[in-house]
Design a protein around this ligand. Sequence first.
Ligand code: G6P
Length: 612
Amino acid sequence: MCGIVAYVGYREAYPVILKGLKRLEYRGYDSAGVSLLDHNGLQVYKKKGKVAQLEETLVGQALPATIGIGHTRWATHGEPSDRNAHPHRSASGRLAMIHNGIIENYAQLKKELQNKGYIFHSDTDTEVLLNFIEDIREKNECGLEEAVRIALKRVTGAYVIVLLDQENPGTLIAARKGSPLVIGIGKNEHFLASDASPIIEYTKEVVYVNDYELAILKEDELILKNLGNEKLTPYIQKLDLELAAIEKGGYDHFMLKEIFEQPHTIYDCLRGRLDAKSGQIVMRGVDNHIEALSKAERILMVACGTSWHAGLVAEYIFEELCRIPVEVEYASEFRYRNPVIHPGDIIMAISQSGETADTLVAIEKAKEQDAMIFGILNVVGSSIARASHAGAYTHAGPEIGVASTKAFTAQLTVLTMVALRIAYAKGTISQERYLHLLNELEQVPAKVETALKTEEQIREIAARYADARNMLYLGRGYNFPVALEGALKLKEISYIHAEGYPAAEMKHGPIALVDETLPVVFVATRDSYHEKIVSNIQEIKARKGKVVAIVTEGDELIRSLADETIELPACDELIAPIVNVIPLQLLAYHIGVQKGLDVDKPRNLAKSVTVE
Ligand code: G6P
């Protein structure tokens, strides 16, 4: 979702901003633009479509500015078009602004401004906010910084804004509420971006801007203030991130690279935490709060998208191992309900990006009711990480492909370790089962490696099913959320309509869809539901549906029934989702590729959904 890059320093700003916008493409967007300020004044260039299209229009132009702002827009107010693209210019032409987020009271502000004679050239809430700032500056005859502060006190919604001012050519002014913003600190230069990826090749020193903070950046100065105009001391952190981690490394797509990274990322997630030999799980975030976690009367998992699916798997695991009731909530629903939260409840916020607006607001609401927030997060220093009381990082590294893959398996790995650690402390697991599961977890990277060897077979299966209009994904028990995740991956990447269901529940509706044109993917590895799911496969075959079955190696029974069988190494059923999802990721990927789609940047989707 909207990407922001800005630069002030001694380099030419345009190439820095352009490269930064390309690094942020993964977030999802539909138009791009830059604004540069040099001795000729303020220029704005913007274009519907890809950053490369914007780049084409600027080929050969001399762009010597050393200060500028750039933006990739994911449309909210107004269709994707050149005129709705950012940056926007104020009515006087003096200011240019980029914005990520939504100004909720924009309609009212727009009316006020229109009554004063302002004319708008776009449908965006951004242009309204910009002119509102300009109007305040002119009316109060104050500086831009003060005008921004006054304006933001009247604004409701979420935003990151960055402004360029023709009358103040060496200064960038930025502010944040709700949407992410990182400052990169170089020698005689400063960078601003929605995440660290445009910054790391220049500097590893960063400051994460907090809500209601204002940053005033010059080439050699960084001033951080709150909206009350008090100076704050910037907290400078060192990024633990290498450039290679955000590049494709020889793979055709980030999604494929990330799928193949999983043996390694899962290993990184276990490393230093789990020791099967000594029977130990050491997780500082859990150990420090083990009493509250063990005494929890209920756990509420709050998340969106794939992270919500990780929560669903965790519900089965926590209830089984820890005997703690678990509810899994869509953050977007939870935040608007009046949820009942008791003092002993723990809220687990699961998020890859740590920036998902609904999840962030949901935990802030829960905090108001004194809940303890435990984050399962991938991005270190993200907004949700900072808003949580405790947590555990997934250590999956940057995930660039819009469809989440390695973050999901890392979330499952961490959640399983957390559950085991709590179960051990509570005494709700036998020593034998505990040690067995530790052993099983330790073997996951190797089993995932084996699961990845199915790629060639899956590529062939993908060719046979790429023309399907609909697909059904079925699983039971721990594999039910895996089926949901498989269906989501296919939808996201191939635009084939797919639904996930608990296998038995299909008799209450989806079975009406079954005929010889409907491929049904069964996640049917050997577990306590095996016989039941074999019956479900029979029910589909009896109606001539095509069955693609994910099975445990050597499952001759299902092989004799299914049209396609993909074999995976045997796993304890509690751990199996981490391995079973691999072929489903590959299937979605290869169907998307066969259909010639942009699998890393599927239409309309955003990697990090920073608006509600
Ligand atoms: C978007 C992404 C999904 C992701 C979801 C939740 O929809 O496209 O891949 O699962 O957001 O994101 P989070 O960063 O909170 O896990």
